[in-house]
Design a protein around this ligand. Structure first.
Ligand SMILES: *[C@@H]1O[C@H](CO)[C@@H](O)[C@H](O)[C@H]1NC(C)=O
Ligand SMILES: *[C@@H]1O[C@H](CO)[C@@H](O)[C@H](O)[C@H]1NC(C)=O
Ligand SMILES: *[C@@H]1O[C@H](CO)[C@@H](O)[C@H](O)[C@H]1NC(C)=O
Ligand SMILES: *[C@@H]1O[C@H](CO)[C@@H](O)[C@H](O)[C@H]1NC(C)=O
Ligand SMILES: *[C@@H]1O[C@H](CO)[C@@H](O)[C@H](O)[C@H]1NC(C)=O
Length: 377
């Protein structure tokens, strides 16, 4: 009697183990086929650590304390005290954190839910900060390498299906519009401002179209933020500390006026192309100008850095130990963590607007509706 119950129990446990085993082993990349994945392109706003693995200078890396002091409790390479906008988006979409493409030992398992290609300092133009960051075109090539791996594992049709259900996030252009004012850019000097902006948008559009050709259908864009009023910009002119950096603002404004029209055109031309555009420029300037309305005490002074408004990029002694830096006591009071990058609290607010903002803030879709489309298609 006791024996037969034991046998039945063992059999029961064995059966459960077998079926769990078969779920796990049947298909390594099974989950990616059931959930919309997230692919991330762009600059420091989205870089989850790719720059830790490239040959660049220390001011382009954030793998030093106090970066990462909140949430992660160690410096991951994210240019903030904590999580970034794509980290929150992944959470809202019930995905785990999306790993940086260059993170070593990146087996197939890590690609299951998507990949982050973004790189701090990246521009849409190859001539922006050359050799310091992974520009947008190279990010696309890295995505094509991931495509090859997935094709060999899932087959062509399934890979295309995964890509068509996935969501692709972009924030790019800010570095292109600042670079010409700190270095000689022949592209900037030999073209009109309008033409220069067209190049940035044109190069971005080419990448979007390539991702579409690979099967991408659902895109999320932030327009270019008001970085002309970031702490670093506010101290550019030491005789007028606190005034925004107008030459960059002019280009950013041109970009943000033109870019929505390009997206409308793509929606007409590319069948099935759907997108969420969040007016990040407005969200950021509102917070810079009315910090208390959004729960911040400081909208213009950075938490970490040195000099006026802590606007010098020395956070974590990234320019060497000789300069020193200050770190604020309570980071939740601050909009900016360092001289030109936001705090986790700010990222969370923007991510919420990007995810579920009403149409006057994020449109024509928001990210929530784009992810839901994946479940019914
Ligand atoms: C994984 O699952 C997909 C879809 O169910 C299938 O097409 C593919 O062949 C499977 N791959 C492996 C390695 O079993
Ligand atoms: C740009 O080039 C000019 C002339 O070659 C040089 O004098 C100037 O210092 C350069 N500016 C920067 C920011 O590199
Ligand atoms: C991309 O930018 C380069 C300048 O770096 C420009 O010559 C080219 O025309 C741009 N491409 C598009 C499609 O706008
Ligand atoms: C930090 O600031 C927030 C918001 O102003 C406040 O709620 C919190 O109590 C402060 N924490 C500390 C340790 O002072
Ligand atoms: C968007 O619309 C809501 C009302 O639906 C309004 O409260 C809010 O101020 C609007 N935001 C912007 C940026 O226009």
């Amino acid at each position: 009697m006791e024996n037969s119950r034991l046998v039945r129990l063992i059999f029961f446990v064995y059966t459960i183990t077998l079926s769990i085993g078969s779920i796990n082993c049947r298909n390594n990349t099974n989950l990616i086929t059931n959930q919309a994945a997230l692919f991330v392109f762009g600059d420091s706003l989205f870089d989850a650590g790719n720059n830790n693995y490239i040959d660049t200078i220390s001011s382009f890396r954030s793998n030093i304390w106090p970066y990462g002091q909140t949430t992660f409790k160690f410096p991951t390479g994210r240019v903030s005290n904590g999580r970034l906008i794509p980290d929150f988006i992944a959470e809202y979409a019930w995905l785990p954190l999306i790993p940086p493409n260059l993170q070593p030992n990146n087996g197939n398992v890590q690609f299951t839910y998507g990949v982050n290609f973004a790189s701090a300092g990246a521009g849409a133009l190859v001539g922006t900060l050359p050799g310091m960051a992974i520009n947008l075109g190279t990010q696309l090539n890295n995505f094509k390498d991931v495509e090859k791996k997935l094709r060999s594992e899932l087959g062509d049709a399934e890979t295309k299906r995964v890509f068509s259900r996935a969501v692709y996030l972009f924030h790019i252009g800010g570095n292109d519009y600042f670079y010409p004012f700190s270095a000689n850019s022949s592209t900037f000097q030999s073209n009109s401002k309008e033409k220069f902006v067209d190049f940035v948008i044109g190069n971005t559009t080419s990448v979007i179209e390539e991702v579409y050709k690979m099967g991408g259908r659902k895109f999320g864009f932030l327009n270019v933020g008001a970085y002309d009023c970031a702490p670093n910009s506010l101290i550019r002119d030491r005789t007028k500390i606190g005034s925004c950096f107008k030459p960059a603002a002019e280009l950013i404004d041109m970009h943000n006026k033109k870019f929505p029209n390009v997206l409308k055109r793509l929606q007409h031309e590319l069948s099935g192309f759907r997108y969420a555009l969040h007016d990040y420029h407005t969200s950021l300037s509102e917070r810079i100008n009315n910090p208390s309305k959004y729960g911040f005490k400081e909208g213009k002074k950075a938490c970490c850095g040195s000099g006026p408004l802590r606007g010098i990029n020395t956070c974590g002694n990234r320019l060497g130990p000789s300069q020193g830096y200050e770190l604020c006591e309570n980071v939740t009071d601050y909009l900016f963590f360092d001289s030109s990058h936001l705090t986790e609290k700010a990222h969370q607010q923007i991510a919420e607007l990007f995810w579920s903002g009403p149409p006057n803030v994020t449109g024509p879709y928001n990210l929530k509706t784009l992810f839901e489309l994946g479940l019914t298609n």
